[in-house]
Design a protein around this ligand. Structure first.
Ligand code: NAP
Length: 309
């Protein structure tokens, strides 16, 4: 089969080549992949550290060509969206059936391929904040893949949504169109106590965002894109008036249970137009280096989709 393999000698660190077909375990289905999307984490950390020739890729949309031998999961011919720890950037992927969502017939595979990491992370991290109706929620890194789904889902859940981006002048209109009530340059400008924060950045923005939490508020540390550590000044963790019982929780999508239900639900929302996949770049396998570079250089704000034609 053809796959996008790691080759650090070429620009972007990826090239199209022949690779061995995956052999599914009894709990895995075999998927013919039609589209995949790139995520900052796998691009930033995966390509640098994987063995040469490895087939990476977390997200893939496609069709089941062999159902799981243990009888779990969708039947042959079902359109699906899949999450995996690797193997998504290939014509065939073996994937555990509890990480497969069912997709409405006729949906655009490219749009659907944006869902697994970005959409499911946003959904599960918002779950961790708690009830959203009438709550004030800040999303940092809001212009990114996760952030754009988080803004839409928080708004859908009834929250007052504040989106943070390094460039509000450029991204403000787009984020407001997605559902943000306010767009700010930094967490300190959130303008009042927050009930929840989804933080994609870590470092100083995380410390600043934590300082905006009100009583009972929760900050979910989803991402660490700044690459910086966090240093809390003395007093930052005091539980003073209206600051009691704040929490900071860590998050890892791959540790969440029941993802097949979320993937199916998200696919229905994207296919039906309730959620926008926010595709910022779309191309073929041969153009992957362009998307990888733009993502790493913070020039790509949204999802990059590769169609496996
Ligand atoms: N824990 C998990 O399970 C999990 C799951 C998914 C993603 N993540 C992590 O969550 C983060 C967001 O993922 P993503 O796919 O949405 O990434 P993304 O598409 O690259 O978006 C991140 C956004 O953050 C901002 N940003 C990027 N680099 C920055 C920097 N050095 N300093 C300040 N702001 C920066 C950019 O927005 P502006 O340029 O507009 O400011 C960018 O649009 C990543 O760190 C990713 O690894 C974690």
């Amino acid at each position: 089969m053809r796959a996008l393999i790691v080759d650090r000698s070429v620009p972007g660190g990826l090239r199209v080549a022949e690779a061995p077909e995956p052999v599914p375990t009894p709990g895995q289905a075999l998927i013919r992949v039609t589209a995949t999307s790139l995520n900052f984490g796998e691009v930033r950390h995966g390509i640098d550290s994987a063995p040469e020739g490895a087939v990476l890729g977390w997200d893939a949309a496609g069709v089941v060509v062999r159902a799981a031998a243990d009888g779990s999961g969708p039947a042959v011919g079902t359109s699906v969206v899949t999450l995996g720890e690797d193997g998504g950037w290939a014509e065939l992927r073996a994937v555990r059936t509890d990480w497969i969502g069912v997709v409405p017939e006729g949906a655009d595979p490219g749009a659907i391929s944006t869902i697994p990491v970005a959409g499911a992370t946003a959904l599960r991290a918002l779950d961790r904040v708690g009830p959203l109706l009438g709550r004030r929620v800040l999303v940092t890194g809001a212009t990114g893949g996760v952030g754009r789904y988080a803004v839409q889902l928080a708004r859908l859940g009834g929250a007052y949504v504040i989106a943070a981006t390094g460039d509000p002048a450029r991204h403000g209109d787009g984020l407001r169109a997605l559902g943000a009530h306010e767009v700010v340059e930094s967490p300190a400008r959130s303008g009042g106590r927050l009930d929840g924060v989804l933080d994609m950045l870590g470092g100083a923005p995380l410390v600043e965002a934590f300082d905006q939490l009100g009583e009972g508020g929760t900050l979910v540390a989803v991402g660490h894109s700044t690459g910086e550590g966090e240093s809390f000044p003395f007093g930052a963790l005091f539980g003073g008036a209206d600051r009691h019982d704040r929490s900071l929780v860590t998050f890892l999508l791959l540790c969440c249970d029941g993802l097949h239900r979320d993937l199916t639900w998200l696919a229905g929302q994207v296919a039906g137009g309730t959620l926008s996949p926010e595709i910022a770049w779309r191309g073929g396998w041969d153009d992957a280096a362009e998307a990888v570079t733009a993502l790493l250089e913070r020039r790509l704000h949204g999802k990059a989709v590769l169609d496996l034609a």
